[in-house]
Design a protein around this ligand. Structure first.
Ligand code: FEO
Length: 168
């Protein structure tokens, strides 16, 4: 059975993942309102991925005999000055989430909860992938700058991403 302390910190991360989903849905909407449907779709997939992360953590808690208490989700930002700003904030947000996951791993190791540490390694690897993928988008957008043909091509490219539930 999972400890009360570990249960508490994972419970907090469920809220953080739901907030990430909410933030990315807000970003997706901002893109939709500007007819950037490829970016909107990419962000929608990002939001779905975060929702999956939260339920993966919830299922783990339940599997270990723990429990979850849902807290209010903070209001996300809903306006930005440019597409690059949205993507840069996504990259910054993911770096913050990596820090939160690292804190969870530290907490699991501190109480020698190897099962939770093993579970969390999936998220450690996921953060490497997430930071790399959004970092690549940031770099491409910096190259494009104000070039509208470049933005048009990038929007098409972003629209190719489809969310699929990862194999467990
Ligand atoms: Fe749940 Fe994007 O990390």
């Amino acid at each position: 059975m999972i400890s009360k302390k570990m249960n508490g910190v994972i419970n907090g991360q469920i809220n953080a993942e739901l907030y990430s989903s909410y933030l990315y849905l807000s970003m997706s909407t901002w893109f939709s309102e500007r007819s950037l449907s490829g970016f909107a779709s990419w962000m929608r997939a990002q939001a779905q991925e975060e929702l999956y992360h939260s339920t993966k953590m919830l299922d783990y808690l339940l599997e270990r005999g723990g429990s979850a208490e849902f807290e209010a989700i903070d209001k996300p930002q809903c306006s930005w000055s440019s597409p690059l700003e949205v993507i840069q904030e996504t990259a910054d947000h993911e770096a913050k989430v990596t820090g939160l996951i690292n804190d969870l791993v530290d907490a699991a190791l501190a109480e020698r909860d190897h099962a939770t540490n093993n579970f969390l390694q999936w998220f450690v690897a996921e953060q490497v992938e997430e930071e790399a993928s959004v970092g690549e988008v940031v770099e491409k957008m910096k190259m494009i700058g104000d070039d509208s043909a470049g933005m048009f091509a990038m929007d098409l490219e972003m629209g190719k991403r489809v969310f699929t539930l990862p194999a467990e």
